[in-house]
Design a protein around this ligand. Structure first.
Ligand SMILES: [Zn+2]
Length: 405
Protein backbone atom coordinates (compact mmCIF):
# COMPACT_ATOMS: atom_id res chain seq x y z
CA UNK A 1 0.00 0.00 0.00
CA UNK A 2 2.77 2.35 1.01
CA UNK A 3 4.54 1.56 -2.23
CA UNK A 4 1.46 2.35 -4.28
CA UNK A 5 1.05 5.63 -2.45
CA UNK A 6 4.70 6.48 -2.97
CA UNK A 7 4.55 5.77 -6.65
CA UNK A 8 1.41 7.90 -6.92
CA UNK A 9 3.19 10.80 -5.25
CA UNK A 10 6.23 10.31 -7.47
CA UNK A 11 3.98 10.17 -10.48
CA UNK A 12 2.37 13.49 -9.57
CA UNK A 13 5.75 15.05 -8.92
CA UNK A 14 7.06 13.72 -12.18
CA UNK A 15 4.64 15.82 -14.19
CA UNK A 16 6.30 18.69 -15.91
CA UNK A 17 4.83 22.13 -15.56
CA UNK A 18 2.08 22.83 -18.08
CA UNK A 19 2.63 25.79 -20.36
CA UNK A 20 0.10 27.36 -22.71
CA UNK A 21 0.89 29.11 -25.96
CA UNK A 22 -1.44 30.68 -28.49
CA UNK A 23 1.04 33.03 -30.09
CA UNK A 24 1.08 31.45 -33.54
CA UNK A 25 -0.86 31.69 -36.79
CA UNK A 26 -4.56 31.25 -36.01
CA UNK A 27 -3.86 30.77 -32.28
CA UNK A 28 -6.39 32.23 -29.86
CA UNK A 29 -6.97 31.63 -26.16
CA UNK A 30 -7.24 33.69 -23.00
CA UNK A 31 -6.17 31.67 -19.98
CA UNK A 32 -8.71 31.93 -17.17
CA UNK A 33 -7.01 29.47 -14.86
CA UNK A 34 -4.29 26.85 -15.00
CA UNK A 35 -4.20 24.35 -12.15
CA UNK A 36 -0.93 22.41 -12.20
CA UNK A 37 -2.12 19.99 -9.51
CA UNK A 38 -5.36 18.85 -11.12
CA UNK A 39 -3.85 19.36 -14.58
CA UNK A 40 -6.80 21.50 -15.57
CA UNK A 41 -6.66 24.44 -17.93
CA UNK A 42 -9.58 26.81 -18.29
CA UNK A 43 -9.65 29.17 -21.26
CA UNK A 44 -12.03 31.41 -23.11
CA UNK A 45 -11.65 32.58 -26.69
CA UNK A 46 -9.65 35.80 -26.49
CA UNK A 47 -11.47 38.95 -27.47
CA UNK A 48 -9.95 41.06 -30.24
CA UNK A 49 -11.80 44.29 -29.90
CA UNK A 50 -13.86 45.19 -32.93
CA UNK A 51 -12.74 42.04 -34.74
CA UNK A 52 -15.91 40.02 -34.34
CA UNK A 53 -17.17 37.11 -32.29
CA UNK A 54 -14.88 35.57 -29.69
CA UNK A 55 -15.69 31.97 -30.60
CA UNK A 56 -12.60 30.46 -32.23
CA UNK A 57 -9.90 28.94 -30.01
CA UNK A 58 -6.68 27.18 -30.87
CA UNK A 59 -3.79 26.67 -28.47
CA UNK A 60 -0.72 24.62 -27.72
CA UNK A 61 -0.08 22.97 -24.36
CA UNK A 62 3.42 21.84 -23.40
CA UNK A 63 4.56 19.79 -20.43
CA UNK A 64 2.06 16.96 -20.79
CA UNK A 65 2.92 13.44 -19.71
CA UNK A 66 1.94 10.79 -22.23
CA UNK A 67 -1.00 8.85 -20.85
CA UNK A 68 -2.09 11.41 -18.27
CA UNK A 69 -5.61 12.81 -18.18
CA UNK A 70 -5.52 16.48 -18.99
CA UNK A 71 -8.66 18.59 -18.61
CA UNK A 72 -9.40 21.48 -20.91
CA UNK A 73 -12.33 23.68 -19.98
CA UNK A 74 -13.74 26.23 -22.40
CA UNK A 75 -16.06 28.97 -21.21
CA UNK A 76 -17.65 31.89 -23.03
CA UNK A 77 -15.77 35.16 -23.25
CA UNK A 78 -17.22 37.42 -20.57
CA UNK A 79 -16.61 40.79 -22.22
CA UNK A 80 -18.91 42.16 -24.93
CA UNK A 81 -17.68 41.84 -28.51
CA UNK A 82 -19.79 44.72 -29.72
CA UNK A 83 -21.64 47.39 -27.73
CA UNK A 84 -23.30 45.39 -24.97
CA UNK A 85 -23.42 42.07 -26.79
CA UNK A 86 -21.79 39.11 -25.06
CA UNK A 87 -21.50 36.00 -27.21
CA UNK A 88 -23.54 32.94 -26.17
CA UNK A 89 -21.36 30.08 -24.98
CA UNK A 90 -22.66 27.54 -27.54
CA UNK A 91 -20.55 29.11 -30.31
CA UNK A 92 -17.32 28.18 -28.58
CA UNK A 93 -18.33 24.82 -27.12
CA UNK A 94 -18.28 22.02 -29.67
CA UNK A 95 -19.21 18.57 -28.38
CA UNK A 96 -15.65 17.48 -29.07
CA UNK A 97 -12.44 19.41 -28.82
CA UNK A 98 -10.20 18.75 -31.82
CA UNK A 99 -6.77 17.55 -30.81
CA UNK A 100 -3.42 17.12 -32.54
CA UNK A 101 0.16 16.14 -31.84
CA UNK A 102 1.60 18.03 -34.83
CA UNK A 103 -0.77 20.99 -35.37
CA UNK A 104 -1.57 19.59 -38.84
CA UNK A 105 -3.73 16.53 -38.40
CA UNK A 106 -6.58 16.96 -35.93
CA UNK A 107 -9.12 14.48 -34.62
CA UNK A 108 -12.05 14.80 -32.22
CA UNK A 109 -11.17 13.92 -28.63
CA UNK A 110 -12.33 10.46 -27.57
CA UNK A 111 -14.89 11.54 -24.99
CA UNK A 112 -17.38 14.33 -25.66
CA UNK A 113 -17.20 17.36 -23.40
CA UNK A 114 -19.50 17.79 -20.41
CA UNK A 115 -20.79 21.06 -19.01
CA UNK A 116 -19.53 22.11 -15.60
CA UNK A 117 -21.89 23.68 -13.10
CA UNK A 118 -20.85 27.12 -14.21
CA UNK A 119 -21.36 26.21 -17.88
CA UNK A 120 -17.85 25.68 -19.10
CA UNK A 121 -17.41 22.75 -21.50
CA UNK A 122 -14.99 20.33 -19.93
CA UNK A 123 -13.00 17.92 -22.11
CA UNK A 124 -10.94 15.19 -20.47
CA UNK A 125 -8.16 14.30 -22.88
CA UNK A 126 -5.62 11.52 -22.59
CA UNK A 127 -2.27 13.08 -23.48
CA UNK A 128 -0.65 11.49 -26.53
CA UNK A 129 2.52 13.57 -26.58
CA UNK A 130 4.35 16.05 -24.38
CA UNK A 131 3.01 18.90 -26.50
CA UNK A 132 -0.41 18.96 -28.07
CA UNK A 133 -2.62 21.39 -29.90
CA UNK A 134 -6.30 21.86 -29.12
CA UNK A 135 -8.81 23.71 -31.24
CA UNK A 136 -12.49 24.44 -31.85
CA UNK A 137 -12.18 22.52 -35.14
CA UNK A 138 -9.43 21.63 -37.57
CA UNK A 139 -7.64 24.92 -38.26
CA UNK A 140 -7.33 26.23 -41.82
CA UNK A 141 -5.01 29.24 -41.79
CA UNK A 142 -3.23 31.27 -44.49
CA UNK A 143 -0.29 28.82 -44.54
CA UNK A 144 -2.77 25.95 -45.11
CA UNK A 145 -4.22 27.92 -48.02
CA UNK A 146 -0.75 28.58 -49.39
CA UNK A 147 0.10 24.88 -49.36
CA UNK A 148 -3.18 23.96 -51.05
CA UNK A 149 -2.83 26.57 -53.80
CA UNK A 150 0.79 25.57 -54.44
CA UNK A 151 -0.22 21.92 -54.70
CA UNK A 152 -3.04 22.62 -57.16
CA UNK A 153 -0.79 24.86 -59.26
CA UNK A 154 1.79 22.06 -59.48
CA UNK A 155 -0.80 19.47 -60.43
CA UNK A 156 -2.38 21.66 -63.12
CA UNK A 157 0.32 23.63 -64.92
CA UNK A 158 -2.35 25.70 -66.71
CA UNK A 159 -3.68 27.00 -63.40
CA UNK A 160 -2.77 30.55 -62.52
CA UNK A 161 -2.35 31.81 -59.00
CA UNK A 162 -3.36 35.41 -58.29
CA UNK A 163 -3.25 37.84 -55.42
CA UNK A 164 -6.77 39.15 -55.00
CA UNK A 165 -5.67 42.00 -52.73
CA UNK A 166 -3.55 43.03 -49.79
CA UNK A 167 -5.60 43.29 -46.63
CA UNK A 168 -5.83 46.39 -44.46
CA UNK A 169 -3.11 44.84 -42.29
CA UNK A 170 -0.94 44.13 -45.32
CA UNK A 171 -1.46 40.38 -45.72
CA UNK A 172 -1.96 38.75 -49.11
CA UNK A 173 -5.39 37.34 -50.01
CA UNK A 174 -4.58 34.65 -52.53
CA UNK A 175 -6.59 32.75 -55.06
CA UNK A 176 -6.19 30.52 -58.08
CA UNK A 177 -7.76 30.40 -61.51
CA UNK A 178 -8.18 27.05 -63.21
CA UNK A 179 -9.14 26.89 -66.85
CA UNK A 180 -9.19 29.15 -69.86
CA UNK A 181 -10.04 32.74 -68.96
CA UNK A 182 -12.38 32.83 -71.95
CA UNK A 183 -14.08 29.52 -71.18
CA UNK A 184 -17.78 29.19 -71.89
CA UNK A 185 -18.60 28.69 -68.23
CA UNK A 186 -17.37 30.93 -65.42
CA UNK A 187 -17.53 30.02 -61.74
CA UNK A 188 -16.43 31.84 -58.56
CA UNK A 189 -16.05 30.07 -55.23
CA UNK A 190 -14.84 31.68 -52.01
CA UNK A 191 -14.80 30.89 -48.30
CA UNK A 192 -14.25 32.57 -44.93
CA UNK A 193 -16.12 35.80 -45.18
CA UNK A 194 -16.46 34.82 -41.53
CA UNK A 195 -13.00 34.07 -40.19
CA UNK A 196 -13.88 31.51 -37.51
CA UNK A 197 -15.83 29.27 -39.94
CA UNK A 198 -12.85 27.06 -40.75
CA UNK A 199 -15.09 24.29 -42.10
CA UNK A 200 -15.99 26.56 -45.02
CA UNK A 201 -12.38 26.49 -46.17
CA UNK A 202 -12.24 22.71 -45.67
CA UNK A 203 -15.28 22.33 -47.94
CA UNK A 204 -13.42 24.55 -50.40
CA UNK A 205 -10.38 22.28 -50.02
CA UNK A 206 -12.47 19.22 -50.92
CA UNK A 207 -14.11 21.09 -53.76
CA UNK A 208 -10.95 22.27 -55.47
CA UNK A 209 -9.19 18.93 -54.98
CA UNK A 210 -12.13 17.27 -56.75
CA UNK A 211 -12.17 19.97 -59.44
CA UNK A 212 -8.45 19.40 -60.09
CA UNK A 213 -8.75 15.62 -59.91
CA UNK A 214 -8.58 12.94 -62.60
CA UNK A 215 -12.22 11.93 -62.13
CA UNK A 216 -13.66 11.97 -65.68
CA UNK A 217 -16.43 14.37 -64.68
CA UNK A 218 -13.85 16.79 -63.30
CA UNK A 219 -11.62 16.48 -66.37
CA UNK A 220 -14.61 17.20 -68.62
CA UNK A 221 -15.69 20.12 -66.45
CA UNK A 222 -12.27 21.74 -66.74
CA UNK A 223 -12.51 21.70 -70.55
CA UNK A 224 -15.42 24.12 -70.56
CA UNK A 225 -15.08 26.00 -67.30
CA UNK A 226 -12.94 28.69 -65.75
CA UNK A 227 -12.93 28.48 -61.97
CA UNK A 228 -11.89 31.37 -59.75
CA UNK A 229 -11.23 30.18 -56.20
CA UNK A 230 -10.33 32.07 -53.01
CA UNK A 231 -9.95 29.84 -49.93
CA UNK A 232 -9.86 32.62 -47.30
CA UNK A 233 -11.40 36.07 -47.69
CA UNK A 234 -10.91 37.50 -44.17
CA UNK A 235 -7.21 36.64 -43.97
CA UNK A 236 -6.47 39.21 -41.23
CA UNK A 237 -8.88 37.75 -38.69
CA UNK A 238 -8.04 34.16 -39.57
CA UNK A 239 -4.35 34.92 -39.02
CA UNK A 240 -4.92 36.34 -35.52
CA UNK A 241 -7.55 33.77 -34.54
CA UNK A 242 -10.38 36.25 -34.29
CA UNK A 243 -13.99 35.35 -35.17
CA UNK A 244 -14.58 38.10 -37.70
CA UNK A 245 -18.36 37.79 -37.66
CA UNK A 246 -20.06 41.02 -36.56
CA UNK A 247 -16.81 42.95 -36.69
CA UNK A 248 -17.04 46.72 -36.22
CA UNK A 249 -18.39 48.49 -38.18
CA UNK A 250 -19.29 45.47 -40.31
CA UNK A 251 -17.87 42.09 -41.23
CA UNK A 252 -16.73 40.88 -44.64
CA UNK A 253 -20.08 39.33 -45.46
CA UNK A 254 -21.87 42.63 -44.87
CA UNK A 255 -19.29 44.62 -46.78
CA UNK A 256 -20.47 44.01 -50.34
CA UNK A 257 -21.61 47.61 -50.64
CA UNK A 258 -20.84 50.30 -53.20
CA UNK A 259 -17.90 51.36 -51.04
CA UNK A 260 -16.41 48.26 -49.38
CA UNK A 261 -14.15 48.75 -46.37
CA UNK A 262 -12.05 45.69 -47.09
CA UNK A 263 -9.74 45.76 -50.13
CA UNK A 264 -10.30 42.03 -50.76
CA UNK A 265 -14.07 42.54 -51.01
CA UNK A 266 -13.58 45.48 -53.38
CA UNK A 267 -11.21 43.39 -55.51
CA UNK A 268 -13.61 40.43 -55.64
CA UNK A 269 -16.41 42.76 -56.73
CA UNK A 270 -14.23 44.21 -59.50
CA UNK A 271 -13.19 40.78 -60.77
CA UNK A 272 -16.71 39.36 -60.66
CA UNK A 273 -18.12 42.42 -62.44
CA UNK A 274 -15.42 41.99 -65.07
CA UNK A 275 -16.17 38.29 -65.56
CA UNK A 276 -19.86 39.07 -65.82
CA UNK A 277 -19.23 41.74 -68.45
CA UNK A 278 -16.93 39.62 -70.59
CA UNK A 279 -18.39 36.15 -70.33
CA UNK A 280 -21.29 36.08 -67.89
CA UNK A 281 -20.88 34.44 -64.49
CA UNK A 282 -22.69 31.10 -64.26
CA UNK A 283 -22.27 30.23 -60.62
CA UNK A 284 -21.16 32.04 -57.46
CA UNK A 285 -20.75 30.01 -54.26
CA UNK A 286 -19.92 31.42 -50.84
CA UNK A 287 -18.87 28.79 -48.27
CA UNK A 288 -19.90 29.15 -44.62
CA UNK A 289 -19.95 27.03 -41.45
CA UNK A 290 -22.97 28.18 -39.40
CA UNK A 291 -24.74 27.33 -36.12
CA UNK A 292 -23.85 24.37 -33.92
CA UNK A 293 -26.88 22.27 -34.74
CA UNK A 294 -27.49 23.33 -38.31
CA UNK A 295 -27.61 20.75 -41.09
CA UNK A 296 -25.92 21.18 -44.48
CA UNK A 297 -28.00 23.55 -46.57
CA UNK A 298 -28.00 26.31 -49.15
CA UNK A 299 -29.21 29.80 -48.53
CA UNK A 300 -31.11 30.62 -51.70
CA UNK A 301 -32.35 33.87 -53.20
CA UNK A 302 -34.98 35.80 -51.29
CA UNK A 303 -38.21 35.65 -53.25
CA UNK A 304 -37.28 32.34 -54.93
CA UNK A 305 -40.95 31.30 -54.99
CA UNK A 306 -41.88 34.47 -56.82
CA UNK A 307 -39.14 34.06 -59.41
CA UNK A 308 -40.14 33.17 -62.91
CA UNK A 309 -38.63 31.99 -66.14
CA UNK A 310 -35.04 31.00 -66.66
CA UNK A 311 -33.82 32.38 -63.33
CA UNK A 312 -36.21 30.22 -61.35
CA UNK A 313 -35.35 27.18 -63.47
CA UNK A 314 -31.66 27.60 -62.79
CA UNK A 315 -32.05 27.86 -59.04
CA UNK A 316 -34.42 24.90 -59.03
CA UNK A 317 -32.02 22.88 -61.13
CA UNK A 318 -29.15 23.76 -58.81
CA UNK A 319 -30.85 22.65 -55.61
CA UNK A 320 -32.16 19.44 -57.20
CA UNK A 321 -28.70 18.49 -58.45
CA UNK A 322 -27.12 19.43 -55.13
CA UNK A 323 -29.55 17.14 -53.31
CA UNK A 324 -28.59 14.31 -55.66
CA UNK A 325 -24.84 14.88 -55.40
CA UNK A 326 -24.10 16.12 -51.87
CA UNK A 327 -24.93 12.99 -49.89
CA UNK A 328 -21.85 12.32 -47.73
CA UNK A 329 -21.21 12.41 -44.86
CA UNK A 330 -24.77 13.79 -44.63
CA UNK A 331 -27.37 14.79 -47.19
CA UNK A 332 -27.70 18.45 -48.06
CA UNK A 333 -31.25 19.78 -47.55
CA UNK A 334 -33.19 19.53 -50.81
CA UNK A 335 -34.86 22.91 -50.28
CA UNK A 336 -33.31 26.33 -49.96
CA UNK A 337 -33.31 28.18 -46.70
CA UNK A 338 -33.45 31.96 -46.63
CA UNK A 339 -31.40 34.26 -44.45
CA UNK A 340 -34.55 35.84 -43.03
CA UNK A 341 -32.67 36.96 -39.91
CA UNK A 342 -31.28 39.67 -42.17
CA UNK A 343 -34.31 41.91 -42.21
CA UNK A 344 -33.63 44.96 -44.37
CA UNK A 345 -33.21 45.09 -48.13
CA UNK A 346 -30.21 47.32 -47.62
CA UNK A 347 -28.39 44.75 -45.46
CA UNK A 348 -29.41 41.87 -47.73
CA UNK A 349 -27.84 43.76 -50.61
CA UNK A 350 -24.55 43.94 -48.71
CA UNK A 351 -24.24 40.15 -48.39
CA UNK A 352 -21.90 38.66 -50.95
CA UNK A 353 -24.41 36.33 -52.61
CA UNK A 354 -27.00 39.13 -52.72
CA UNK A 355 -24.54 41.54 -54.28
CA UNK A 356 -23.54 38.99 -56.92
CA UNK A 357 -27.21 38.30 -57.70
CA UNK A 358 -27.85 42.00 -58.12
CA UNK A 359 -24.83 42.44 -60.40
CA UNK A 360 -25.29 39.46 -62.70
CA UNK A 361 -27.95 38.38 -65.16
CA UNK A 362 -30.95 36.10 -64.70
CA UNK A 363 -28.79 33.29 -66.05
CA UNK A 364 -26.53 33.29 -62.98
CA UNK A 365 -26.94 31.27 -59.82
CA UNK A 366 -25.58 32.80 -56.60
CA UNK A 367 -25.82 30.75 -53.43
CA UNK A 368 -24.33 30.25 -49.98
CA UNK A 369 -23.47 26.76 -48.79
CA UNK A 370 -23.75 26.41 -45.03
CA UNK A 371 -22.16 23.35 -43.46
CA UNK A 372 -22.94 22.59 -39.82
CA UNK A 373 -19.95 21.83 -37.60
CA UNK A 374 -20.88 20.30 -34.29
CA UNK A 375 -20.22 16.69 -35.15
CA UNK A 376 -17.35 14.25 -35.34
CA UNK A 377 -18.29 13.79 -39.00
CA UNK A 378 -17.09 17.29 -39.74
CA UNK A 379 -13.46 16.34 -40.12
CA UNK A 380 -11.24 17.31 -43.03
CA UNK A 381 -12.50 14.13 -44.75
CA UNK A 382 -16.17 14.88 -44.00
CA UNK A 383 -15.94 18.46 -45.22
CA UNK A 384 -13.97 17.13 -48.19
CA UNK A 385 -16.81 14.83 -49.17
CA UNK A 386 -19.19 17.77 -49.14
CA UNK A 387 -16.74 19.71 -51.31
CA UNK A 388 -16.46 16.84 -53.78
CA UNK A 389 -20.26 16.62 -53.86
CA UNK A 390 -20.34 20.33 -54.61
CA UNK A 391 -17.96 19.74 -57.52
CA UNK A 392 -20.19 16.99 -58.92
CA UNK A 393 -23.20 19.28 -58.52
CA UNK A 394 -21.40 21.96 -60.50
CA UNK A 395 -20.43 19.51 -63.25
CA UNK A 396 -23.99 18.20 -63.56
CA UNK A 397 -25.43 21.70 -63.47
CA UNK A 398 -23.18 23.18 -66.13
CA UNK A 399 -23.78 20.20 -68.40
CA UNK A 400 -27.46 21.05 -68.55
CA UNK A 401 -27.14 24.80 -68.48
CA UNK A 402 -26.66 27.01 -71.53
CA UNK A 403 -23.91 29.57 -71.49
CA UNK A 404 -24.90 32.58 -69.47
CA UNK A 405 -24.00 34.93 -72.32
ZN1 LIG B 1 -20.81 32.75 -41.91
Amino acid sequence: MRLVLLSLVLCTLAHAELRVDSNFEGGNAEVVNLDQTTRTLRIMPALHEGRGWPCWWHLKVEGLTVGEDFTLQVQAQTKPYREKLVLARSWCQPKHAWISTDNVTFKPCATPGALTEDKAMSYVIKAEASQMWFAWGTPFVPSTAEKLLAEIATKLPGAKRFELAKTRDGRAVNGIRIGNEDAAHQVWVNARHHAWEAGGSWVGNGFIRWFASDEPEAVALRQTTCLHFVPIMDVDNVAIGSGGKDAVPRDHNRDWADQPLYPEVAAAQRMIADIEKKHGLNVYIDLHNPGADDPIFFFGPFGFERMTGVQQQHYKQWIDLAAANITKPLHVLDKYRYATYVTTEEERGRMSSGWVRAHTSDASVSVTLETGWNSKLMSVEGYGQIGAGLGRTLAAYLKTTPESK
